[in-house]
Design a binder for this molecule. Structure first.
Ligand code: OAD
Length: 321
């Protein structure tokens, strides 16, 4: 059952496999075209755009002080953070998994949304046809008051908890830090808010935990609670997939997709770029790196290399002021 799940892809899925929604990793193809880099042509296009998509990734929150997954800082205590994002990692060692996710909750609560989060939230209030698909689970867009009906969380959020047994439908919104007292972060591992975090220090021993110490489901009272994020191999929230599908299937064309702070290596999120293109969208990439999006550059695309927190407000200025 691939539909609706998150996976790493070994190759970029073809258009014919676009019904797949497992998270996968995507390959890159060589580009024939060079992207434009001038603000003026982007502003001209944005001003006449009515339907705009944004696809967000961890780079959006980098300058708030949160590490990305695949760059420097993509390690947590010498474990690749992507290796911990699986149901198998949770089943094998729920204590380690909870320590990782409790740490990420703590870090997300210790930092603030940056000007790019606020600019996107403002665009959502100004432009009725603007919709955001976010892979971020850090809650920063929500804290920047991004209208919730226009913000679709492809990978869930760190601040939802749910029962780890699929047969129990218990869910709760939870901002308690630490999530249970046994997960309190030792003072020597806490990071000052806004700093680029070093989460690779494996020299400091983790407190040893028993299953008893971890959060339990108050409904079925038998199983552990787990973070309400989507893990590799798991289904994306159906309601979110349907929102994206409806937007892409609407009769009106899409004018633009802004691909901000994501390596676009994870399926199905990366696939939305090609699907938006197929509905007429021009692609604008905002990233520290100048890599081409999956499928390569096409005529009329833009690439703005640098920090999203600086570039995004500048790019959206003609509409948000
Ligand atoms: P990645 O870590 O794969 O990519 C982050 C991207 O942000 C990279 O392309 C960086 O070049 C770029 N970047 C870094 N700092 C930036 C800055 N200040 N401004 C702009 N760009 C910057 O993160 P994602 O693409 O979000 O899923 O990863 C997608 C998914 O893979 C995540 O949601 C997560 C991960 O495994 C799960 O955990 C299920």
């Amino acid at each position: 059952m691939l539909r609706g799940c998150l996976q790493h892809a070994t190759s970029f899925p073809s258009a014919s496999s676009s019904i797949r929604s497992n998270i996968t990793m995507a390959d890159r193809q060589p580009s024939v075209f060079e992207p434009q880099t001038d603000l003026e042509s982007f502003h001209t296009h944005l001003k006449k755009s009515k339907r705009v998509l944004a696809l967000l990734g961890a780079g959006l929150s980098a300058s708030s002080g949160l590490p990305t997954f695949r760059g420097a800082g993509g390690l947590w205590r010498s474990v690749k953070s992507t290796d911990l994002a699986t149901p198998q990692a949770f089943a094998r060692n729920p204590g380690l998994s909870w320590q990782f996710y409790n740490y990420r909750r703590h870090m997300s609560l210790s930092v603030e949304p940056n000007p790019a989060h606020y600019a996107l939230a403002k665009l959502a209030r100004k432009m009725p046809g603007f919709v955001t698909l976010s892979q971020n689970v850090d809650g920063l867009s929500q804290r920047a008051d991004h209208p919730s009906d226009r913000l679709h969380l492809l990978h869930g959020t760190l601040f939802d908890l749910k029962c780890s047994d699929e047969r129990c439908d218990y869910r709760e919104e939870n901002y308690t830090d630490p999530v249970v007292p046994a997960l309190a972060i030792p003072a020597d591992q806490a990071q000052p808010a806004g700093s680029v975090v070093d989460i690779s220090d494996s020299m400091v021993a983790l407190p040893s935990l028993t299953t008893y110490d971890l959060p339990h489901c108050p409904e079925c009272k038998r199983n552990l609670l787990r973070p309400g994020v989507v893990w590799f191999g798991e289904a994306l929230p159906e309601v979110v997939l349907n929102k994206a599908k409806d937007y892409l299937a609407a009769p009106e064309n899409i004018d633009l997709i802004m691909v901000i702070g994501t390596s676009a290596q994870v399926w199905p999120a990366a696939g939305y770029i090609g699907q938006a293109r197929a509905r007429g969208a021009r692609v604008c990439v905002v990233n520290m790196d100048s890599d081409a999006p999956p499928g390569g550059w096409k005529q009329g695309d833009w690439m703005f290399a640098g920090d999203a927190a600086v570039l995004v407000p500048e790019l959206l200025k003609p509409v948000i002021g």
